[in-house]
Design a protein. Structure first.
Lengths: 312, 271
């Protein structure tokens, strides 16, 4: 082939490829995203109150497993570096870095979401149309995620999750659980709506929203905190013992919110009904607001901690 | 310039020109095809006609976040999750529900800055082709999301629900360079800016917001293969008087089949 023909062919192919790429272009999610929502600060920081599952659609099996949970189990030597499950993206305080994974032609075949800390695994959202592996394939805390675009929204669907917890006070998530994420970018804001389903422990979908903000440098740019197992709790972190939960501890967890905030067990035991406005009528006459001034975790908005200095 | 370069350069320029013509021709064809049905004399579409998503119907809020502060009346001093400043804390510390109830100000906790955050049902309908009407059963409030606000809206008086200017943001008009595909016609977001608010409460234990408060909302609709429809509203509240920074929260609603759960109840500061 003459050089002129070769050049013409190459440049024409390049032009067509660039044009096709532009037509197929989707929203660019690349960058560092940090959590911006000012909600559930207590849950994000020191964790939810013991035994408080209000607003989580647990079934009976789920709430019993939740009450029997011990946070101390994460001090067992072999569990100290265990990551939270994928739903932690919408229940936890951390964002991450989205990076496009491209093929040789520049097409995005996946979005990679980094793990800002060791307590959430990195995740890959496969966009190339591949199918999830068979159900008996390995389950992990990251799961297996496929995605597609619906307009400007990336819809990601995660399966193959391993047994874990939904929140740090113990509501469980089974290895049959799934997470569907709707990721919508509005300029420098990213809205994620997470729908968590679990036929084992949930009687309805648990839906959570979280906002993220694009930053040039943020938590996700920090050096990852590598976890090194160590003996933290004497007698428990030696690699030979396991955490136990005794009946009196379960009873204490069940009544913690009643004792401290006057919220009845009917609410804190969770269940689908506790998510809906009608449930407030069941609390009418049962719940009375405290009249004493707040004494713990009273302010946590931006810069507001100083206002409650000496209280929290 | 070498002889081989002299031979190849014109060929490259020719190829680029051909590619440019291809681009231009396709773009012109696409534009022509898109514009063909719309005769010059045709009236512009109303907001209702242009709606990329259908928000009409009944919705129920899902209280899965900040449950204690939304479902119950929090006790004094419970200010967690709101970026209040010193002035707001002083106001809230001194606030008592009794005097406000006696003064008939129960609805101050149902203003636009927080209305979508309350446990409630929504009924969304088109009041007219340019105005989306949102009614709540809790507090029996009405928001009007105006796609073509009246010219004198800028001088409007402050009110509990303020003035809301709405616009559709569809794929291709936002942050994507490429033209939207035909299948994108049923995707998009509703963007709402609200101001002209009268003072109100962000929480029923006295956390205030002032008359300079503005809010920005993104309304997104998501449908799942299982059949569930979710409406998420991402809200950012700015208040230079009582907040140290933006107050940002997400409200989630689930589509209902009908209005059988609609349960109007008056404003209350104690329930």
């Amino acid at each position: 082939m003459k050089p002129r023909s070769v050049a013409f062919t190459l440049v024409s192919c390049l032009a067509v490829m660039l044009y096709a790429g532009a037509v197929c272009a989707q929203i660019d999610l690349s960058g560092n995203w940090v959590v911006e929502s000012t909600q559930d600060g207590r849950e994000h920081a020191s964790g939810p109150f013991p035994g408080n599952f209000a607003g989580i659609p647990l079934n009976q099996q789920g709430r019993e497993a939740g009450w029997a949970y011990s946070g101390d189990q994460h001090e067992e030597l072999y569990r100290q570096c265990e990551a939270w499950s994928m739903p932690y993206l919408v229940t936890g305080p951390w964002g991450g870095t989205f990076t496009a994974v491209r093929d040789h032609y520049g097409n995005v075949i996946a979005w990679h979401l980094s793990a800002p800390l060791y307590d959430r695994l990195p995740n890959t959202i496969w966009m190339d149309g591949r199918q999830a592996p068979p159900p008996q394939a390995v389950h992990t805390n990251a799961g297996f995620t496929t995605g597609h675009w619906e307009g400007d929204t990336l819809v990601a669907y995660t399966t193959h999750l391993s047994d874990s917890i939904l929140e740090r006070n113990g509501p469980p998530l089974s290895n049959q659980g799934t997470l569907r994420l709707f990721i919508t970018r509005h300029g420098d804001e990213l809205m994620m709506l997470g729908v968590i389903r679990d036929p084992v422990y949930l009687e309805a979908p648990w839906v959570k929203g979280q906002d993220f903000r694009l930053v040039l440098a943020g938590e996700s740019n920090e050096v990852p905190e590598y976890c090194q197992p160590a003996e933290v709790v004497e007698g428990l972190s030696d690699g030979y013992h396991t955490a136990t939960v005794l009946p009196d501890q379960i009873a204490a967890a069940q009544t913690y919110m009643l004792q401290h905030y006057g919220i009845p067990v009917l609410a804190t035991q969770g269940g689908a009904q506790t998510m809906y406005p009608q449930f407030r009528k069941k609390l009418s006459g049962v719940y009375k607001p405290r009249t004493t001034y707040c004494t713990q975790f009273c302010c946590n908005g931006r810069g507001a901690q100083r206002l409650c200095k000496g209280i929290d | 310039m070498s002889s081989s370069t002299r031979r190849v350069l014109p060929a490259m320029l020719g190829a680029l020109a051909a590619a440019g013509m291809l681009w231009a021709a396709t773009s012109l064809w696409t534009r022509a095809a898109a514009q063909a049905p719309a005769a010059p004399a045709a009236a512009p579409m109303s907001a209702e006609q242009a709606a990329p998503i259908d928000l009409k119907g009944y919705w129920v809020s899902l209280i899965t976040q900040n449950w204690r502060f939304r479902m119950l009346v929090p006790g004094p001093g419970e200010y967690a999750d709101i970026p209040i400043n010193e002035k707001a804390k002083q106001f809230a510390d001194a606030w008592k529900a009794g005097p406000d109830e006696a003064a008939g100000k129960q609805c101050e906790a149902y203003g636009a800055a927080v209305l979508m955050r309350n446990p409630e049902h929504l009924h969304i309908a088109w009041q007219d082709p340019q105005t989306l009407r949102v009614d709540t059963d809790a507090g029996m409030q009405t928001r009007l999301l105006q796609f073509k606000p009246p010219a004198r809206a800028a001088q409007a008086q402050a009110s509990l629900q303020g003035q809301s200017r709405a616009r559709w943001v569809t794929p291709g008009t936002g942050f994507r360079a490429a033209a939207p595909a035909a299948t994108d016609s049923h995707h998009g977001s509703l963007h709402v800016d609200t101001d002209h608010l009268s003072a109100g409460l962000l929480r029923k234990n006295g956390v205030p917001y002032g008359t300079d408060t503005t809010l920005t909302e993104w309304w997104d609709l998501h449908t799942e293969p299982e059949g569930d429809e979710w409406l998420s509203i991402s809200t950012t509240v700015h208040d230079p008087e009582y907040l140290d920074g933006p107050y940002i929260y997400d409200s989630v609603f689930q589509k209902e089949h009908d209005g059988s759960e609609w349960d109007p109840e008056p404003c209350s500061l104690s329930f």
